[in-house]
Design a protein around this ligand. Structure first.
Ligand code: SAH
Ligand code: SF4
Ligand code: F3S
Length: 481
């Protein structure tokens, strides 16, 4: 969908242009000349290994980064070692950070074996000063460090590194605006993520995202619609609209547009068959959105509605700005209009000050709502967030015990829900050949549940009618009818 010819036509004889994205095309072409020389020396293509951690936002950024590197001349491979190693990091919980340091320790030896190897670190972790300090001190062999606000500048950062042969550090505190029209690759030809907004203004007290992703910024509706139309014309049948809180889409724009209205426009796209979105904050979910969803034929029958805790007292401490009752009322209103909708959520156990009673409130909500699936996390203390300084940090064993009890409850409910659906027919978008058994294809129902069916590669990318023949707890076995 991106015209690489645009870069080919870029003139690099003079100075780099000041305006974006032309400036980046200039540096991509400069780096490409260097890469072609490298290829000649090595007698082979240059390889790229990308490791993407965290959420859909990072996954989407990685598609943009991969496109820049592909243009320069790097071919993505599945191995951990390559000529270019890029870590797109997440810092939402501590264990994500520990994994990155582990990998860097391993890369030290790899780089000794292949001194031409380039190592770049980006993503949310790099927005933290303490992380950058640690990398500079303990992992000085890293070649490039950049953050979440200047992903589009990779070629320029790379070129600066090639000139200096030193570590280039380019992390911005805040974004300078949204750069459109950069190249991007797509992991799947038939489905794609589309950013509709960046950043977050909610400052939930446990969460580091607003600090590392900056303030909320919405893309212009025309830009989003243009991207969706181009994707659909290029064979994409399912789009996932992405934002940390899609329900506040438009708040930062001059144009009078909200998320429900945007969805109405996206729905009109010819060729597009399915629309998903992530994530919805319960406090901003409007009646208008419920109307649009209920009346839509393309919006999937699934809503991810993170609750985080079932205790109103803890929700207040979390700065979520709704009560247990508000949430349950919202769920009731949604189900009244869409009785079959699949609901999923995120939950944190062990938030500071959480008592056994608070935890029982969480279990109560899980049992009442009967989620199709739940992403549950043990609270992780993030330096700089208000919750990190709160009294009553819950001991690890207590949090782990609650976590296990929560998982048990969720497992039982998911099992019951999937069993109830056995025998039904539904539409599934077939996404890939099953990794364990190549006679099976794996697809997703509108509810987002996974189904495995006997099928051929010809099914991939198609929406097929399937009969659900067996429940396996969290997923289904089925047959194409
Ligand atoms: N914007 C989304 C969430 C993004 S982070 C929303 O508001 O729903 C994804 C999930 O990580 C959150 O929903 C939360 O459940 C979890 N999370 C965030 N910070 C956390 C922390 N400090 N410890 C444990 N889990 C956390
Ligand atoms: Fe974090 Fe809350 Fe923003 Fe979600 S809404 S990204 S949990 S601050
Ligand atoms: Fe992680 Fe950043 Fe997403 S911290 S969850 S990758 S926004």
């Amino acid at each position: 969908m991106f015209d690489f010819g645009l870069i080919d036509r870029t003139d690099i004889s003079g100075e780099a242009p000041a305006e974006e994205p032309a400036r980046q095309y200039y540096f991509m072409k400069k780096c490409r000349l260097w890469a072609q020389e490298e290829e000649k020396k090595l007698g082979r293509k240059l390889t790229l290994s990308m490791q993407t951690m965290g959420c859909q936002m990072n996954a989407r950024d990685s598609e943009k980064l991969e496109a820049i590197l592909a243009f320069i001349g790097y071919e993505a491979v599945d191995e951990a070692a390559a000529d270019f190693i890029l870590y797109n990091t997440c810092t939402v919980r501590e264990n994500a950070n520990l994994k990155v340091y582990g990998r860097l320790g391993y890369m030290k030896n790899q780089k000794k074996k292949n001194p031409r190897m380039k190592i770049a670190m980006c993503g949310c972790m790099m927005q933290e000063l303490s992380v950058v300090e640690k990398i500079k001190k303990s992992y000085p062999f890293v070649d490039m460090i950049f953050g979440t606000h200047n992903v589009y500048k990779l070629a320029e950062i790379f070129y600066t590194h090639l000139q200096s042969e030193r570590m280039v550090l380019d992390v911005w505190k805040e974004a300078e605006g949204i750069v459109e029209d950069l190249p991007s690759v797509r992991k799947f030809p038939f489905k794609a993520g589309v950013n509709i907004m960046y950043g977050c203004n909610n400052f939930c007290s446990y969460c580091i995202v607003p600090y590392v992703r900056g303030r909320e910024r919405s893309r212009q509706p025309e830009e989003i619609l243009r991207e969706v139309r181009e994707l659909a014309a290029d064979g994409v049948v399912e789009v996932m609209l992405l934002g940390q809180n899609v329900n506040s889409y438009g708040n930062t724009l001059e144009a009078d547009v909200n998320f429900a209205q945007l969805l109405r426009e996206v729905e009109k796209t010819d060729g597009l068959e399915r629309i998903r979105f992530m994530t919805s904050h319960p406090k901003d979910l409007s009646e208008e959105l419920i109307d649009v969803m209920a009346g839509s034929t393309k919006i999937c029958s699934h809503l991810h509605l993170p609750i985080q805790s079932g205790s109103t007292r803890i929700l207040r401490e979390m700065n979520r700005r709704y009560t247990k009752e508000d949430y349950l009322n919202l769920v009731a209103r949604i189900r009244e209009r869409m009785p079959d909708i699949s609901l999923t959520t995120d939950l944190i156990v062990g938030f500071p000050g959480e008592t056994e009673e608070d935890f029982l409130e969480t279990l109560d909500v899980v049992r009442r709502v009967r989620y199709d699936s739940v992403y549950s996390f043990i609270y992780s203390r993030r330096t700089g967030t208000p919750a990190a300084a709160m009294e009553g940090q819950v001991p690890e064993e207590v949090a782990k015990g609650r976590f296990q009890r929560l998982l048990e409850a969720i497992r039982n409910i998911s099992k019951e829900i999937t069993e109830e659906q056995v025998g039904r027919e539904a539409e599934a978008l077939m996404e890939e050949i099953n990794g364990h058994d190549p006679s099976l294809v794996t697809g997703r129902l509108s509810s987002n549940a996974v189904v495995h069916c006997k099928g051929t590669p010809a099914c991939i990318g198609k929406i097929c009618r399937v009969r659900l023949t067996e429940s396996r707890g969290f997923y289904f076995m089925g047959e194409i009818v």
